[in-house]
Design a binder for this molecule. Sequence first.
Ligand code: GLN
Length: 451
Amino acid sequence: AHLARIDAVDEKVHAFLHVDREGALAQARAVDEKRARGEKLGPLAGVPLALKDIFTTRGVPTTVGSKMLEGWIPPYDATLVKKLKAADVVILGKTNMDEFAMGSSTENSAYGPTGNPWDLTRIPGGSGGGSSAALASYEAPLAIGTDTGGSIRQPAAVTGTVGVKPTYGAVSRFGMVAFSSSLDQGGPCARTVLDAALLHEAIAGHDPLDSTSIDAPVPPVVEAARNGSVQGMRVGVVKQFRGEGYQAGVVQRFDESVELLKSLGAEIVEVDCPTFDLALSAYYLIAPSECSSNLARFDGLRYGLRAGDDGTRSAEDVTALTREAGFGPEVKRRIILGTYALSSGYYDAWFGSAQKVRTLITREFEKAFEQVDVIVSPTTPTTAFAIGERADDPMAMYLADLCTIPTNLAGNAAMSLPCGLAPEDGLPVGLQIIAPALKDDRLYKVGAAVE
Ligand code: GLN
């Protein structure tokens, strides 16, 4: 049924870069056979899923939305993919994304943009716009995203779906193409809080193949999602997450959510986090710096594209020509920015300062979580903007990440879930819930109460 739905609508939505029809049917049949043999089935047996094209899949193309890896067939599965298979999930295919997960609109994909199912002339968010669009268009009931600076939560917000960035280190990065390793985090996308929790439980857990993987039990997210409540909880509202740049209808729906929390028995506490105003600047130094180092491996010699290798050129020239041809403008911008911020003489002024800001933000969260159990905010300052509207203005594009980025810098957990439609444009608004590191279950408890 989901493959038929993809056939019917994906020409317009373009959520998928690759539909693995045969693989999906084979996995579905394998589940049926297991059931017929009376074998124990995985917790998500037979449930179809759309996978962001940033995770390596054995025998199935993985492009990361880039020409650099066009035609590359990975020889191995990411740990997350292994876990999905062990849960008996049916992987429908790979979803569109901003090239190397750099962007907030999926317009930076080398394979063309994805449309927002609510209005195909608008962006579905980014970088994981394909995964969230697949959910909103009913092409898949579950999806996987990655969130380095909001790429699960912002697409969830603008498509009216649920997305969770687990605590940093909760989901293995092994086999997830690296963008900014100290920030990158895979996580679940779904249409309900409970669905997201079931997927969260299936993909989280310690992995010795990822040196930053947390060696601790997965928080009881499913139990929390089944027992939604905010009774007696202290909920923080950050002073800094409103004002200039926030759309009136987004603020209105957010204020209504705060009222709802109050009526359900939560105590609302205003928290002051002045360093959050610096988060965007710090992120857009740290993420490009790490990207410039991570993407050095795309040299035209080891993986994917090789340009200009006609037998007369040096390896250096082949590398340069490959990068010129293989990377899109945003990726080049990040590599140049990051290389500059890390270069000797500038390191302390740029990268060093950004790291100090990161520490201050982490401390401010710690201080806030001494007063409150969770923090809430709008997920994004505006609803989905038009395709093309911000494409030539990187600064305007980066503003979409205003509320999501502090959490990535601090490494704690956050969810976005729908909280109504903005009156002025009828488009979905996202409510963000933020919890301390390792307390991911609180997101689900609160999310299920207000859903
Ligand atoms: N918009 C952010 C960026 O472009 C989000 C990246 C992400 O979370 N992958 O860097």
